[in-house]
Write a protein that binds this ligand. Structure first.
Ligand SMILES: *[C@@H]1O[C@H](CO)[C@@H](O)[C@H](O)[C@H]1NC(C)=O
Ligand SMILES: *[C@@H]1O[C@H](CO)[C@@H](O)[C@H](O)[C@H]1NC(C)=O
Length: 290
């Protein structure tokens, strides 16, 4: 009897903890465009973006971050999503902005989504890597994560790393580390290029198209009035809660990265010799081979 009670109590406590960790999307995000097509639902438990022939929609974070480990669960537009793009990314402002991108390119029913990734530093991008996924990203929620610390950027899907962009400043490649970024997401129509180079058009008879978000979790340095919440005062330094600031891939996760890249990478700028006849960008020597 006693053990049954404590089990019930444990379940109650753990579901409470999960609930509170997941946070309230109202506290972290604003819907910024789409004239009612973006919605925060269930007291901040879920967010949806939708797209119809007249408009897409989007949201952005209230906070700016300078480094972080940021997770979001997404469930993408189901069925015939060809021509739609769901972009989820971090970006700073201005012509020399930094940016860390996930973009999900829809497809015809039964054909795989393409997960497009890119990293901009000081306004320079052209660092695309693309993947197919090992699951149907429209059937359920999956976790898409960005770990951004001074040493590297790690893109992960359900905790499997798919891409690492290392800090290569010592060989002359700028690295995002001085410009705070907000989190943005939008669902929009890109049927002029997204699906097979624009050959497959969006089928508006399936509109509205909807993507959903939940369980946002950020362990991050929030940037306010020129100051980082991770600054070095004696109270905050050395705390284990900021372990992600020095996180690197251990050998198990290195193996997972290799698995994802060998089996699911469909494009890598670092192996596109035609595109770089004068030689690959310098960071490719660090980031290409695993
Ligand atoms: C759509 O499906 C085709 C056929 O499997 C695939 O080649 C392509 O990469 C997929 N993604 C997009 C965005 O077209
Ligand atoms: C903490 O202080 C050290 C030494 O002053 C500095 O090198 C480091 O970049 C600082 N770290 C952060 C997160 O501000």
């Amino acid at each position: 009897m006693a053990s049954k009670h404590s089990l019930v109590l444990l379940v109650i406590i753990s579901s409470f903890l999960n609930g509170s960790l997941a946070g309230n999307l109202n506290q972290d995000f604003d819907i910024t465009w789409g004239d009612g097509r973006g919605k925060i639902l269930n007291n901040g438990e879920r967010l949806t973006l939708s797209l119809d022939k007249a408009s897409g929609s989007g949201f952005q974070s209230k906070n700016e971050y300078l480094f972080g480990k940021i997770d979001m669960q997404l469930k993408l537009v189901p069925g015939n999503s060809a021509g739609t793009v769901t972009a989820y990314y971090l970006s700073s402002q201005g012509p020399t902005h930094d940016e860390i991108d996930f973009e999900f390119l829809g497809n015809l029913s039964g054909d795989p989504y393409t997960l497009h990734t890119n990293v901009f530093s000081q306004g320079k991008g052209n660092r695309e890597q693309q993947f197919h996924l090992w699951f149907d990203p429209t059937a359920d929620f999956h976790t898409y994560s960005i770990l951004w610390n001074p040493q590297q950027i790690i893109f992960s899907v359900d905790e499997t790393p798919i891409r690492v962009f290392k800090n290569a400043e010592d060989i002359g490649v700028s690295y995002p580390k001085n410009q705070p970024m907000k989190i943005y997401s939008s669902l929009w129509n890109a049927d002029d290029w997204a699906t097979r180079g624009g050959v497959v058009k969006t089928d508006w008879s399936h509109a509205p198209f909807t993507a959903s978000y939940r369980n946002f979790n950020a362990q991050a340095c929030v940037w306010t009035s020129g100051k980082s919440s991770c600054s070095n005062d004696s109270r905050n330094s050395q705390t284990t809660s900021n372990a992600w600031l020095n996180e690197e891939l251990d050998s198990t996760r290195q193996q997972r990265l290799k698995w994802a890249q060998e089996n699911y990478m469909i494009y890598n700028y670092c192996s596109d010799a035609k595109r770089f006849p004068q030689g690959f960008p310098p960071e490719c020597s660090l980031n290409s081979s695993v």
